[in-house]
Structures are given as structure tokens and as C-alpha cells.
Design a protein. Sequence first.
Length: 303
Amino acid sequence: MPSHRIAQMTRRSLVYHYTSAAGLLGILDSRSFWASSFRALNDTSEIEYGVTRIQRALTVFTSVKDCDAFGLLHDLVKALENDVLARELFVLSASHNGDSLGLWRNYSDGGYAVGLATAFLGQVPTTPLDRSLAGVPNIRWSGMAQGWQDVLYDETQQNALVHETFSELLSGALRAPSNSIAINSARLSLAMLACRLKHPAFTDEAEVRVTFDRLPTVSTQYRSAPAGLVPYISVGAAAVAGENTRWSALATSPPGPLPIRSLSCGPDDPIGRARRVRIATQALRDFGYHNATVVGSEIPFRD
């Protein structure tokens, strides 16, 4: 069985971000997506679920429990919920499924599913490397985005990933308990881990996420939602060495073209579907996406 940790990036070449017509226009016009605060997602129980899964996994974790590193891991896991609530994590969500009735209804108002290339992703520019940690494996730096990661719904897979993370921390960041950067790295690893664990009832969503730890140089913005205000950051393509190869939280640099490879139009009758595909194709071309494939949903339309 392959390591969930090593294979943490999704193996799919495309993922699909569902959005409304207004949302699509905003994405194309600004060359950016909105990554919403993990503390303000639609399912308010997500934080509690992820934290609880990690805390329960620690009680059955088989390791040398009398070492100083394990004691520190225990303290970090115990304080994880407060740490997640205090940390500014932002999530950009998509799905493996590009034509899901539930996702059309719940996340796009029947609008569009933007197909994004996963190979486009790399790490966001991070804080400077601390030379004292040069030999410590698995250090995670503030401001890092990990790329598209599969959300895990199966409890066996969740436990495997959590235990692998524990092992990595005990052999890596927690070996340097006096170093504040190492401890923050461990906290960030556990917080981002909580973002990947979701209740099995949501399995059909087949969700994938990019998680950002906001840097002080990136401004938090706000949008309205039925439950109130939702903090978000704008994320787009960062030009690196003249090539647009990475997601980045946008600060002052102008964003590059997004990795849009396809666009699916939501369910409609045959005449409406043809019209929507034709207009969407022209819109993508006008915004510079000449090679993106545009298709209509195969789901039967019901008014």
C-alpha cells in the first residue's frame, strides 16, 4: 500500500472548481481565485472533525512514548483546535468529478466547473531557510502551499496519514524542540493535516484542496455569504523565472494566466447547452485561453 504522505499530491491531471456565472467572470477578469478561510467553510463541524480524528489517532499511535519528542507531539495535538482557530489557513477547493449533480446544485448554482491542471502547482515562495535546520527533514515553512491534495474520507486512510505525519514529525521537526521555527513547522503540519480530513458522509464530493498559510504581506479580504462575512485571500499564478508555474497568494505582482484546461457548463436543455458552450468558448478565447476545451454537462436537465 503506497504511503499516503508520499503520495499526498493528487494523481489526477485535472481537477474541477465549481462556480457561478458571476464567479467565472471574476476568475477570468482578475486571473485569480478566492481561497476561503478554513475557519469559515460551509461545514462548521470540519475543524472539530479533523482535530478529533488526529487526537484519537494519537491515543493508539505505537511509538516510543517516553521520549521528549513524543511529549512535545502530545502537547501540540492537545492544543491543536486552538492552534487551528488561531492560525490563518485558507483553502481553495475543487473536485475530481467534473460533472456532479450535487456539486452543480450546492456550489455553482448550475453555473460552471473550471478544469485546472494539477501539474501547474509548486510551493509558494516561503520564509528564508534557517541554516540551523538544514539537516532536519520535513520542515514546513510559513506561507507554503502544498499543491492539490486529496481530501480523505475513509477512516482507515485518515489514520494511516495521521500516523505517518506523527512519525515524520518525531524524526524531523520535533528533534529540534528548542528551535521556534521547527516547532511552528510542526504546528503548521498538524493544522494542514486537519484540513485534509472530512466526514465520510461527504465522500461523493471527491474534494481536493490547496491550503495556504497566509503571510503577513498578503491582505485578507471579505465576501458576503448566507452565514455572514467570509475572510478570503486572492490566489493566482506567480511568475517564477519568467514562467508561470506556481500558485501564489497575490500581493503586488501582477498575476499570470491561470492553468485553465477545460470548462464544463452546468445542466441545461439541448438548445440551452449548445448556446452556453458557444458563448463560454468565445469568452475563454477573449480572455486568452484559446486551448481550453468547453463542454456541456451530460446530466439530464430538469427545470
